[in-house]
Design a protein around this ligand. Structure first.
Ligand code: NAP
Ligand code: GDD
Length: 326
Protein backbone atom coordinates (compact mmCIF):
# COMPACT_ATOMS: atom_id res chain seq x y z
CA UNK A 1 0.00 0.00 0.00
CA UNK A 2 1.33 3.49 -0.85
CA UNK A 3 2.26 5.91 1.94
CA UNK A 4 -0.57 8.08 3.23
CA UNK A 5 0.97 10.85 5.32
CA UNK A 6 -0.98 14.08 5.81
CA UNK A 7 0.31 17.33 7.26
CA UNK A 8 -2.42 19.69 8.52
CA UNK A 9 -1.78 23.29 9.54
CA UNK A 10 -4.61 24.67 11.69
CA UNK A 11 -5.30 21.22 13.16
CA UNK A 12 -6.51 22.78 16.43
CA UNK A 13 -9.22 24.76 14.60
CA UNK A 14 -12.77 23.75 13.72
CA UNK A 15 -11.96 22.32 10.27
CA UNK A 16 -8.56 20.91 11.24
CA UNK A 17 -10.10 18.81 13.99
CA UNK A 18 -12.77 17.32 11.70
CA UNK A 19 -10.23 16.74 8.93
CA UNK A 20 -7.84 14.95 11.30
CA UNK A 21 -10.67 12.64 12.42
CA UNK A 22 -11.61 11.99 8.82
CA UNK A 23 -8.06 11.19 7.68
CA UNK A 24 -7.41 8.93 10.68
CA UNK A 25 -10.55 7.03 9.73
CA UNK A 26 -8.99 6.55 6.28
CA UNK A 27 -5.80 5.11 7.79
CA UNK A 28 -3.58 8.12 7.24
CA UNK A 29 -0.64 9.00 9.43
CA UNK A 30 -1.59 12.54 10.46
CA UNK A 31 0.82 15.31 11.46
CA UNK A 32 -0.52 18.61 12.76
CA UNK A 33 1.09 22.00 13.28
CA UNK A 34 0.26 23.61 16.61
CA UNK A 35 1.22 26.97 18.05
CA UNK A 36 3.05 27.32 21.30
CA UNK A 37 0.65 28.85 23.78
CA UNK A 38 0.79 29.57 27.52
CA UNK A 39 -2.47 27.65 27.95
CA UNK A 40 -3.65 24.44 26.30
CA UNK A 41 -5.07 25.07 22.81
CA UNK A 42 -5.84 21.49 21.75
CA UNK A 43 -9.35 21.05 23.19
CA UNK A 44 -10.83 20.23 19.74
CA UNK A 45 -8.40 17.35 19.18
CA UNK A 46 -7.87 16.03 22.72
CA UNK A 47 -10.29 13.16 22.04
CA UNK A 48 -8.12 11.85 19.17
CA UNK A 49 -4.73 12.59 20.73
CA UNK A 50 -2.44 9.58 20.97
CA UNK A 51 0.53 9.40 23.27
CA UNK A 52 3.57 8.99 20.96
CA UNK A 53 4.82 6.23 23.29
CA UNK A 54 1.80 4.02 22.67
CA UNK A 55 1.97 1.27 20.10
CA UNK A 56 1.48 2.47 16.50
CA UNK A 57 0.46 6.10 17.13
CA UNK A 58 -0.94 7.76 13.98
CA UNK A 59 -1.43 11.36 15.15
CA UNK A 60 1.60 13.58 15.78
CA UNK A 61 1.76 17.24 16.75
CA UNK A 62 4.60 19.65 15.96
CA UNK A 63 5.18 23.20 17.13
CA UNK A 64 5.35 25.85 14.45
CA UNK A 65 3.78 28.93 12.96
CA UNK A 66 2.79 29.89 9.46
CA UNK A 67 5.09 32.90 9.58
CA UNK A 68 8.11 30.73 10.41
CA UNK A 69 9.02 29.55 6.92
CA UNK A 70 12.32 28.02 8.02
CA UNK A 71 10.58 25.81 10.60
CA UNK A 72 8.01 24.75 8.00
CA UNK A 73 10.71 23.81 5.51
CA UNK A 74 12.54 21.69 8.07
CA UNK A 75 9.32 19.97 9.11
CA UNK A 76 8.14 19.24 5.59
CA UNK A 77 11.56 17.91 4.62
CA UNK A 78 11.51 15.62 7.66
CA UNK A 79 7.93 14.38 7.35
CA UNK A 80 7.81 13.97 3.55
CA UNK A 81 4.00 14.27 3.62
CA UNK A 82 2.02 12.98 0.67
CA UNK A 83 -0.73 15.57 1.28
CA UNK A 84 -0.53 19.03 2.86
CA UNK A 85 -3.72 20.78 4.02
CA UNK A 86 -3.13 24.45 4.77
CA UNK A 87 -6.00 25.41 7.07
CA UNK A 88 -4.12 27.73 9.43
CA UNK A 89 -5.23 31.35 9.34
CA UNK A 90 -6.25 34.38 11.32
CA UNK A 91 -9.76 33.51 10.20
CA UNK A 92 -11.93 36.23 11.75
CA UNK A 93 -13.01 38.87 9.24
CA UNK A 94 -13.81 41.60 11.76
CA UNK A 95 -10.54 41.02 13.65
CA UNK A 96 -8.67 41.46 10.36
CA UNK A 97 -9.71 45.14 10.36
CA UNK A 98 -7.91 45.54 13.71
CA UNK A 99 -4.89 43.45 12.68
CA UNK A 100 -4.55 43.99 8.92
CA UNK A 101 -0.80 43.62 8.66
CA UNK A 102 -0.61 40.52 10.83
CA UNK A 103 -3.53 38.96 8.92
CA UNK A 104 -1.68 39.67 5.66
CA UNK A 105 1.47 38.05 7.02
CA UNK A 106 -0.26 34.86 8.16
CA UNK A 107 -3.05 34.44 5.60
CA UNK A 108 -1.15 35.77 2.56
CA UNK A 109 2.64 35.75 2.90
CA UNK A 110 2.53 32.69 5.20
CA UNK A 111 0.96 30.65 2.41
CA UNK A 112 3.78 31.58 0.04
CA UNK A 113 6.09 30.37 2.83
CA UNK A 114 4.50 26.93 2.97
CA UNK A 115 4.44 26.65 -0.83
CA UNK A 116 8.15 27.55 -0.92
CA UNK A 117 8.81 25.02 1.84
CA UNK A 118 7.23 22.31 -0.33
CA UNK A 119 9.15 23.41 -3.41
CA UNK A 120 12.54 23.74 -1.74
CA UNK A 121 12.15 20.48 0.22
CA UNK A 122 11.49 18.78 -3.13
CA UNK A 123 8.79 16.55 -1.68
CA UNK A 124 6.26 14.81 -3.86
CA UNK A 125 3.13 16.13 -2.17
CA UNK A 126 -0.34 17.40 -3.01
CA UNK A 127 -1.44 20.74 -1.57
CA UNK A 128 -4.82 22.05 -0.41
CA UNK A 129 -5.34 25.76 0.28
CA UNK A 130 -8.26 26.88 2.44
CA UNK A 131 -9.63 29.60 0.18
CA UNK A 132 -12.88 31.30 0.93
CA UNK A 133 -16.15 32.71 -0.41
CA UNK A 134 -15.00 36.02 1.15
CA UNK A 135 -12.91 36.41 -2.04
CA UNK A 136 -16.14 37.20 -3.92
CA UNK A 137 -16.88 40.13 -1.61
CA UNK A 138 -19.22 42.50 -3.43
CA UNK A 139 -19.83 40.26 -6.46
CA UNK A 140 -23.54 39.39 -6.35
CA UNK A 141 -24.70 35.77 -5.90
CA UNK A 142 -24.82 33.06 -7.01
CA UNK A 143 -21.02 32.82 -7.04
CA UNK A 144 -19.11 30.07 -8.84
CA UNK A 145 -15.49 29.43 -9.87
CA UNK A 146 -15.81 31.96 -12.73
CA UNK A 147 -17.21 34.82 -10.60
CA UNK A 148 -15.04 37.90 -10.00
CA UNK A 149 -13.10 38.30 -6.81
CA UNK A 150 -13.90 41.63 -5.09
CA UNK A 151 -12.49 41.34 -1.56
CA UNK A 152 -13.95 43.60 1.13
CA UNK A 153 -11.64 43.07 4.11
CA UNK A 154 -7.94 42.71 4.96
CA UNK A 155 -8.73 39.01 5.55
CA UNK A 156 -10.15 38.58 2.06
CA UNK A 157 -7.32 40.56 0.46
CA UNK A 158 -4.75 38.32 2.16
CA UNK A 159 -6.65 35.18 1.11
CA UNK A 160 -6.68 36.53 -2.46
CA UNK A 161 -2.87 36.57 -2.44
CA UNK A 162 -2.86 32.99 -1.14
CA UNK A 163 -5.36 31.88 -3.79
CA UNK A 164 -3.22 33.20 -6.63
CA UNK A 165 0.02 31.95 -5.08
CA UNK A 166 -1.52 28.46 -5.05
CA UNK A 167 -2.52 28.77 -8.72
CA UNK A 168 0.95 30.10 -9.55
CA UNK A 169 2.80 27.18 -7.91
CA UNK A 170 0.54 24.85 -9.87
CA UNK A 171 1.32 26.58 -13.17
CA UNK A 172 4.98 27.44 -12.55
CA UNK A 173 6.20 24.26 -10.85
CA UNK A 174 3.57 21.66 -11.70
CA UNK A 175 2.55 21.28 -8.06
CA UNK A 176 -0.70 19.37 -7.48
CA UNK A 177 -2.19 22.40 -5.68
CA UNK A 178 -5.92 23.10 -5.32
CA UNK A 179 -8.02 25.87 -3.82
CA UNK A 180 -11.19 24.94 -1.98
CA UNK A 181 -13.37 28.05 -2.17
CA UNK A 182 -15.47 27.13 0.81
CA UNK A 183 -18.58 29.05 1.81
CA UNK A 184 -19.34 29.48 5.53
CA UNK A 185 -19.42 26.21 7.41
CA UNK A 186 -20.30 25.81 11.03
CA UNK A 187 -20.63 23.19 13.75
CA UNK A 188 -20.72 22.79 17.51
CA UNK A 189 -16.92 23.25 17.29
CA UNK A 190 -17.20 26.67 15.62
CA UNK A 191 -15.22 29.44 17.33
CA UNK A 192 -17.39 31.24 19.88
CA UNK A 193 -17.13 34.69 18.25
CA UNK A 194 -18.44 33.70 14.80
CA UNK A 195 -22.08 34.66 14.44
CA UNK A 196 -23.74 31.21 14.32
CA UNK A 197 -21.95 29.93 17.42
CA UNK A 198 -22.43 33.23 19.21
CA UNK A 199 -26.17 32.79 18.54
CA UNK A 200 -26.37 29.11 19.53
CA UNK A 201 -24.43 29.70 22.76
CA UNK A 202 -26.54 32.71 23.69
CA UNK A 203 -29.81 30.87 22.96
CA UNK A 204 -28.68 28.01 25.21
CA UNK A 205 -27.60 30.39 27.99
CA UNK A 206 -30.89 32.30 27.78
CA UNK A 207 -32.87 29.04 27.85
CA UNK A 208 -30.93 27.98 30.95
CA UNK A 209 -31.61 31.35 32.59
CA UNK A 210 -27.98 32.45 32.86
CA UNK A 211 -28.23 35.27 30.27
CA UNK A 212 -30.87 37.78 29.15
CA UNK A 213 -29.72 39.39 25.90
CA UNK A 214 -27.78 38.65 22.73
CA UNK A 215 -26.04 41.60 21.05
CA UNK A 216 -25.32 41.35 17.33
CA UNK A 217 -24.30 43.70 14.49
CA UNK A 218 -25.68 43.47 10.95
CA UNK A 219 -28.70 41.16 10.74
CA UNK A 220 -29.26 41.66 6.99
CA UNK A 221 -26.19 39.93 5.57
CA UNK A 222 -26.85 36.65 3.82
CA UNK A 223 -24.58 33.61 4.09
CA UNK A 224 -24.61 30.08 2.67
CA UNK A 225 -24.14 28.07 5.86
CA UNK A 226 -23.18 24.38 5.69
CA UNK A 227 -21.94 21.77 8.16
CA UNK A 228 -18.15 21.72 8.67
CA UNK A 229 -18.03 17.99 9.33
CA UNK A 230 -19.28 17.35 5.78
CA UNK A 231 -17.07 20.01 4.17
CA UNK A 232 -13.72 18.44 5.16
CA UNK A 233 -14.44 15.48 2.88
CA UNK A 234 -14.46 17.84 -0.11
CA UNK A 235 -10.89 18.93 0.81
CA UNK A 236 -9.70 15.35 0.71
CA UNK A 237 -11.58 14.64 -2.53
CA UNK A 238 -9.81 17.56 -4.25
CA UNK A 239 -6.45 15.95 -3.50
CA UNK A 240 -7.60 12.53 -4.80
CA UNK A 241 -8.26 13.93 -8.32
CA UNK A 242 -5.76 13.24 -11.10
CA UNK A 243 -5.43 16.97 -11.81
CA UNK A 244 -5.47 19.90 -9.38
CA UNK A 245 -8.18 22.54 -9.72
CA UNK A 246 -10.25 25.09 -7.78
CA UNK A 247 -13.73 24.30 -6.46
CA UNK A 248 -16.64 26.16 -4.87
CA UNK A 249 -18.03 24.19 -1.92
CA UNK A 250 -21.42 25.35 -0.66
CA UNK A 251 -25.00 24.29 0.00
CA UNK A 252 -26.44 26.62 -2.68
CA UNK A 253 -28.93 28.08 -0.18
CA UNK A 254 -28.70 31.48 1.50
CA UNK A 255 -30.19 32.81 4.72
CA UNK A 256 -29.79 36.08 6.59
CA UNK A 257 -28.26 36.42 10.04
CA UNK A 258 -31.77 37.34 11.22
CA UNK A 259 -33.18 34.10 9.71
CA UNK A 260 -30.52 32.02 11.47
CA UNK A 261 -31.13 33.76 14.80
CA UNK A 262 -34.91 33.35 14.49
CA UNK A 263 -34.56 29.63 13.77
CA UNK A 264 -32.16 29.16 16.71
CA UNK A 265 -34.40 31.01 19.21
CA UNK A 266 -37.52 29.27 17.99
CA UNK A 267 -35.88 25.85 18.39
CA UNK A 268 -35.52 26.63 22.12
CA UNK A 269 -39.10 28.03 22.27
CA UNK A 270 -37.82 31.56 22.85
CA UNK A 271 -39.07 34.84 21.36
CA UNK A 272 -36.09 36.26 19.42
CA UNK A 273 -37.40 39.84 19.51
CA UNK A 274 -37.41 39.80 23.31
CA UNK A 275 -33.74 38.83 23.57
CA UNK A 276 -31.94 40.16 20.48
CA UNK A 277 -30.45 43.68 20.40
CA UNK A 278 -28.12 45.52 18.05
CA UNK A 279 -24.70 46.74 19.14
CA UNK A 280 -22.96 48.88 16.55
CA UNK A 281 -19.53 47.71 17.67
CA UNK A 282 -20.15 44.51 15.70
CA UNK A 283 -20.63 46.40 12.41
CA UNK A 284 -17.69 46.16 10.00
CA UNK A 285 -16.10 49.06 8.05
CA UNK A 286 -17.07 47.21 4.86
CA UNK A 287 -19.56 44.35 4.79
CA UNK A 288 -20.07 41.43 2.42
CA UNK A 289 -23.82 41.54 1.80
CA UNK A 290 -24.60 38.23 0.19
CA UNK A 291 -22.74 34.97 -0.40
CA UNK A 292 -24.61 32.06 -1.97
CA UNK A 293 -22.51 29.47 -3.72
CA UNK A 294 -23.12 27.48 -6.88
CA UNK A 295 -21.47 24.12 -6.07
CA UNK A 296 -22.22 22.48 -9.47
CA UNK A 297 -18.55 21.80 -10.28
CA UNK A 298 -17.90 20.03 -6.95
CA UNK A 299 -21.05 17.99 -7.42
CA UNK A 300 -20.10 16.96 -10.94
CA UNK A 301 -16.37 16.31 -10.55
CA UNK A 302 -15.96 15.45 -6.87
CA UNK A 303 -19.42 13.90 -6.48
CA UNK A 304 -19.66 15.91 -3.29
CA UNK A 305 -22.91 17.46 -2.09
CA UNK A 306 -23.88 19.21 1.16
CA UNK A 307 -26.49 17.27 3.12
CA UNK A 308 -27.19 19.50 6.10
CA UNK A 309 -28.93 22.80 5.35
CA UNK A 310 -28.90 25.89 7.58
CA UNK A 311 -32.18 25.22 9.45
CA UNK A 312 -30.98 21.81 10.58
CA UNK A 313 -27.55 23.23 11.38
CA UNK A 314 -29.08 25.89 13.66
CA UNK A 315 -30.94 23.17 15.53
CA UNK A 316 -27.98 20.86 15.97
CA UNK A 317 -25.79 23.72 17.21
CA UNK A 318 -28.41 24.87 19.73
CA UNK A 319 -28.93 21.27 20.91
CA UNK A 320 -25.20 20.85 21.41
CA UNK A 321 -24.90 24.07 23.43
CA UNK A 322 -27.97 23.16 25.48
CA UNK A 323 -26.24 19.90 26.43
CA UNK A 324 -22.91 21.56 27.18
CA UNK A 325 -22.00 22.49 30.75
CA UNK A 326 -20.04 25.63 29.69
P1 NAP B 1 -10.37 28.38 12.99
O1 NAP B 1 -11.28 27.53 13.78
O2 NAP B 1 -10.22 29.83 13.33
O3 NAP B 1 -8.91 27.70 13.03
C1 NAP B 1 -7.77 28.36 12.58
C2 NAP B 1 -6.56 27.51 12.85
O4 NAP B 1 -5.39 28.21 12.42
C3 NAP B 1 -6.32 27.21 14.35
O5 NAP B 1 -5.80 25.91 14.47
C4 NAP B 1 -5.27 28.24 14.72
O6 NAP B 1 -4.48 27.88 15.83
C5 NAP B 1 -4.44 28.23 13.46
N1 NAP B 1 -3.58 29.41 13.31
C6 NAP B 1 -3.93 30.71 13.39
N2 NAP B 1 -2.87 31.51 13.15
C7 NAP B 1 -1.81 30.67 12.94
C8 NAP B 1 -0.44 30.88 12.66
N3 NAP B 1 0.09 32.11 12.57
N4 NAP B 1 0.36 29.79 12.49
C9 NAP B 1 -0.13 28.54 12.61
N5 NAP B 1 -1.43 28.28 12.89
C10 NAP B 1 -2.25 29.34 13.04
O7 NAP B 1 -10.76 28.33 11.44
P2 NAP B 1 -11.68 27.27 10.65
O8 NAP B 1 -13.07 27.75 10.69
O9 NAP B 1 -11.35 25.91 11.07
O10 NAP B 1 -11.16 27.51 9.16
C11 NAP B 1 -10.07 26.78 8.62
C12 NAP B 1 -9.51 27.52 7.42
O11 NAP B 1 -10.51 27.65 6.42
C13 NAP B 1 -9.02 28.95 7.70
O12 NAP B 1 -7.92 29.18 6.85
C14 NAP B 1 -10.20 29.81 7.27
O13 NAP B 1 -9.74 31.10 6.92
C15 NAP B 1 -10.73 29.02 6.10
N6 NAP B 1 -12.14 29.14 5.82
C16 NAP B 1 -13.06 28.92 6.80
C17 NAP B 1 -14.40 28.96 6.50
C18 NAP B 1 -15.45 28.71 7.54
O14 NAP B 1 -16.62 29.06 7.31
N7 NAP B 1 -15.12 28.08 8.66
C19 NAP B 1 -14.82 29.24 5.18
C20 NAP B 1 -13.86 29.44 4.21
C21 NAP B 1 -12.52 29.37 4.52
P3 NAP B 1 -4.96 28.20 17.36
O15 NAP B 1 -5.96 27.12 17.70
O16 NAP B 1 -3.68 28.12 18.11
O17 NAP B 1 -5.58 29.57 17.33
N1 GDD C 1 -18.91 37.51 14.10
C1 GDD C 1 -20.02 38.22 14.15
N2 GDD C 1 -20.46 38.68 15.35
N3 GDD C 1 -20.70 38.46 12.99
C2 GDD C 1 -21.86 39.16 13.08
C3 GDD C 1 -22.35 39.64 14.30
C4 GDD C 1 -21.61 39.41 15.48
O1 GDD C 1 -21.98 39.81 16.59
N4 GDD C 1 -23.53 40.28 14.06
C5 GDD C 1 -23.76 40.19 12.75
N5 GDD C 1 -22.75 39.52 12.14
C6 GDD C 1 -22.63 39.27 10.69
C7 GDD C 1 -21.31 39.70 10.09
O2 GDD C 1 -21.29 41.11 9.87
C8 GDD C 1 -21.32 38.88 8.79
O3 GDD C 1 -22.07 39.53 7.81
C9 GDD C 1 -22.06 37.60 9.20
O4 GDD C 1 -22.70 37.88 10.47
C10 GDD C 1 -21.15 36.39 9.36
O5 GDD C 1 -20.08 36.75 10.21
P1 GDD C 1 -19.05 35.64 10.77
O6 GDD C 1 -19.79 34.55 11.43
O7 GDD C 1 -18.01 36.37 11.57
O8 GDD C 1 -18.44 35.01 9.45
P2 GDD C 1 -17.88 35.67 8.11
O9 GDD C 1 -18.87 35.37 7.02
O10 GDD C 1 -17.48 37.07 8.30
O11 GDD C 1 -16.54 34.84 7.88
C11 GDD C 1 -16.54 33.42 8.01
O12 GDD C 1 -16.84 32.82 6.77
C12 GDD C 1 -15.87 33.06 5.74
C13 GDD C 1 -16.38 32.34 4.48
O13 GDD C 1 -17.33 33.14 3.84
C14 GDD C 1 -15.16 33.00 8.53
O14 GDD C 1 -15.20 31.62 8.86
C15 GDD C 1 -14.08 33.22 7.50
O15 GDD C 1 -12.86 32.64 7.95
C16 GDD C 1 -14.52 32.52 6.19
O16 GDD C 1 -13.57 32.73 5.19
Amino acid sequence: MSRKVAFITGITGQDGSYLAEFLLSKDYEVHGLIRRSSTFNTSRIDHIYQDPHTENPRLFLHFGDLIDGVGLTTLIRELQPTEVYNLAAQSHVQVSFSMPQYTGQVDGVGVVGILEAIRSAEVNTRFYQASTSELFGSTPPPQNEESSFRPRSPYAAAKLMAYWATVNYREAYGLHASNGILFNHESPRRGETFVTRKISRAVAAIAKGSKEKLFLGNLESVRDWGYAKEYVESMWLMLQQDSPSDYVVATGVGASVRDFAKAAFSHADLDWEEHLEIDKKYLRPTEVDSLIGDPSKAKKLLRWEAKTKWQELAKLMVDSDLQSKN
